[in-house]
Design a protein around this ligand. Sequence first.
Ligand SMILES: [Zn+2]
Length: 468
Amino acid sequence: MTISKIRIAAASAFAIALFNPAHLYAVPALPNPVQIALKDDPYAWDIIEGLTTEVGQRQGGTEAEARARKWAVEKLTEMQFANVRIETYQMPTWVRGEESASILSPFPQKLAVTALGNSGSTGEAGLEADIVYFPTLAALKAVPDGSLKGKIAFVSHAMKPTQDGSSYGAFGPARFVGPDIAAKKGAAAIVIRSAGTDMHRNPHTGNTNFSEGVKPIPAGALSLPDAENLERILRRTPRGQTVKMKLKLTPRNIGMQESGNVISEVKGSNPDLPPILIACHLDSWDLGTGAIDDGAGCGIVTAAAMHVKQYSRPKRTIRLLWAGAEEVGVWGGKAYAVKHKDEPHALTMESDFGADRVWRVDFKLPESAKSLSDSITADLSELGIARGTAEAGDGADVGPIREAQNLAAIDLAQDGTRYFDLHHTPDDTLDKIDKTQLRQNVAAWTAVLLRLSNYEGDLKMPPKEMKP
Ligand SMILES: [Zn+2]
């Protein structure tokens, strides 16, 4: 057996133990609060259920996000976190309108579509135009400027599920930059195959961005079955004929609106130690109720901080950031970095990849903190988590402050195999959360926070090497 096979075997042996409560007490090496979190954490589920039920969908900048902030303050206060507060900021806000797509010829039928964030509008009357097909984003990039005048570009791709979510990095750009490129080529509109991995008639929304000076064109995502159907329609269309689509998307920009970060703390006993910043995002897309993205993250990090708080008085302060508006442009993370730029921070962590089990831990720590990473690795191995070799630094919301201050980081990588079945769809709802895997997340975070918040060594990273 290779080492990686042994690790997999150990992980699956533990996975079996996880599903058999009788085995839970056979892990004496784990500190008490980790065992408690693993056995019956009540907090994470309560937060996710509360947010998705009492607030529901909560897009950044809307009144629903304001209700979510109020809910968050009440919940964190009830849980007796310290310094619970809202830090508001203004952000440009885009809201969805009507949305429909249909093939007019040669095979008339409806398709399931949703607008991408920042999409332009077709106007009430909608838009009728010929489809030009691109199997990949690279194919779209290759056509000359101006060549798509009056056409609807259709960009497909072959995103498949990956445990580490890397396929989103590979195929997500069809959404992130495809519309901007199509606009520059002169297209009247664009539809993409959703950046997702399910085979349901649920299109996946998500933000797109247009370059300065480029007028936003209508930009929609088709569900995967509809994108595949459109490919077949294109293949079966007789030579010399075109495929004509009618697209109606009527989103609006409603200008600058108030959004806000919700911040709270577990106070450390040593005020000289800079705080650990742990984050999730409070906002969600508007199609589902934001259970996996990112109610789960808020549930996980908060439950873990709660277990640490109940068990001990940590030396280092743990600061929780429930960021206000990640999906629509990381406005919360940017506002946090501006407001707190002169305060020292020790390290950042974030949970924003669903609620399936943590399978890998990565570190970005100074050399001097080797004993810290070794003890965390040992604790996590009890939970079936392997040590990775990547440099940590995940998390959109902590990204701006992490980059500005060159902060240390720890990533608890979750299994992303089914994440993009649900991501940004109407299917992102509470019933998709697996309680056993959720508790494993809380246990892993509790283990890391216990070690981190009681570590008194310096966590300052050496200055970044300047590129020649
Ligand atoms: Zn998210």
